[in-house]
Design a protein around this ligand. Sequence first.
Ligand SMILES: [Zn+2]
Ligand SMILES: [Zn+2]
Length: 522
Amino acid sequence: MYWIDECVKKIIDTKKTDKYVCAAGITPSGIVHIGNLRDAITSEFVFRGLKEAGKDAEFICSWDDYDRLRKIPKGVPEEFSKYIGMPLYKVPDPYGCHDSYSVHFEKDVEKDLAKVGIRPRFIYQHKMYLDNKYYPLIKIALQRRKEIARILFNFKVQDFSKEDIEKYYPLTVYCEACNKDSTKITDYDGENLVSYECKCSHKETADISKKNIGKLVWKIDWPMRWSYEKVSFEPGGKEHSTRGGSFDVASKISQEIFNNPAPVYQAYEFIGIVGMNAKMSSSLGNVIKISDLLAIYEPEIIRWFYAKTKPLSMLNFAFDQQILKNYAEFDRFAGKISTNSATDEEKQIGFYSQIKPGRKIKPNSLSFRQLASFVQLTKGNRTELEKLLKKAGAKFSQDNLDARFNSALNWTENYAPPEYRVSVESNANKDYFAKLPQGQKEMIKKLIKKLDQHWSEEALMNLLYDIPKSQTQDTQELKKIQRKFFKNIYMLLIGQETGPRLNTFFLALGKEKVTNLLDINE
Ligand SMILES: [Zn+2]
Ligand SMILES: [Zn+2]
């Protein structure tokens, strides 16, 4: 059974409810990366699946902007370390364009998520806490704090002495005076009055029924929100999913303290990157953001990757030449979908790859490989590129080009390995030609002689494959000769051993240019 279907079935079988809530969560700490995308997209898939199954469902995504600022990510001024320990929503925007640190990162990521078709109801945790929505549940957690401590102790989350258990409070207080969490709860009356003191010397006794003073510690905050939001499904990184890990602890607390069974859970593997060197990676702050992925991959392709990969399998996004294969594979897949020759599972994958349910994925007649080389020949000039593509016989719509133009440009400018950089030689390379064996020279001369009669995509293709046949009868030998023949043409045209498909490349370059570079008289 396809993994999303399996998840959906499990939820329907185990949770009896009028409305299924699928949750995801992200901390807007300034380093929202493609690992977070797996959280949100997994929940969105399941939400979509539940709706397909005819169920009422909602998709929520929490911004954990009531979490403390832990460390200063790259790109944020070092002086921001003075805000460490404050809730993220209280920290100013380092770039000065939004109301706070957290809003700055939230708005960016919300835009990127929408591009990938992820449009949950966002919940801003600082608002929920400050509006005191969680007060009744916080009170339960405080009243049953010793039971919580025992659960944490039994799961070996924390080592408690008897005395520690007496003094344990599952609430982190943000000091009213300095906004930081350098606080300690000194007394609780068992109802609403909490006393705390802060390192800054501020002391206070607050009535938690009247105002919120802090956040539940994470392993209690998580199940508290399952209870508040009535969550039926939530995915989580595999680091939380080990036996006795965060999810197990939170489930126990959910059941024992909040009297609410844990949601159906789906663990997922990390997301990896291949084909990025240290320099590229450090220029991105060593964190691959959703926008970095969107700069080179179409959103449907990103969804397709997540949809076809089981959550516990490692998923690697390629930034090197593997991207060409990925695009080609996607085009083949989309071709199967559009010609109705896909298997049932492929149809499901196709459905979840749609940005919006119903907006079918289609193969793009412009191959990314061709675009990536032609975009370099025209130095990113779109009008010139269109002319060149038409000259080369490419058939495409503006939509086809829109979908891939920027990705191809970004990839070639930022990530393409040197052997994929295409720049046409300005002069004939006589030295290279002179060193070729006689047979190879003859083939190139023959090619030039016959160019005129073969100036079309198909005829050029036939010509390029026919010429080496005059050199040998042996098929193995023929392959070798062919490979050398093509390599020599590439070397003379672009100074590289490989390049774009030769027939369309010739058409794009034009007869005159090809002749200038290949017709060499010794
Ligand atoms: Zn901003
Ligand atoms: Zn303080």
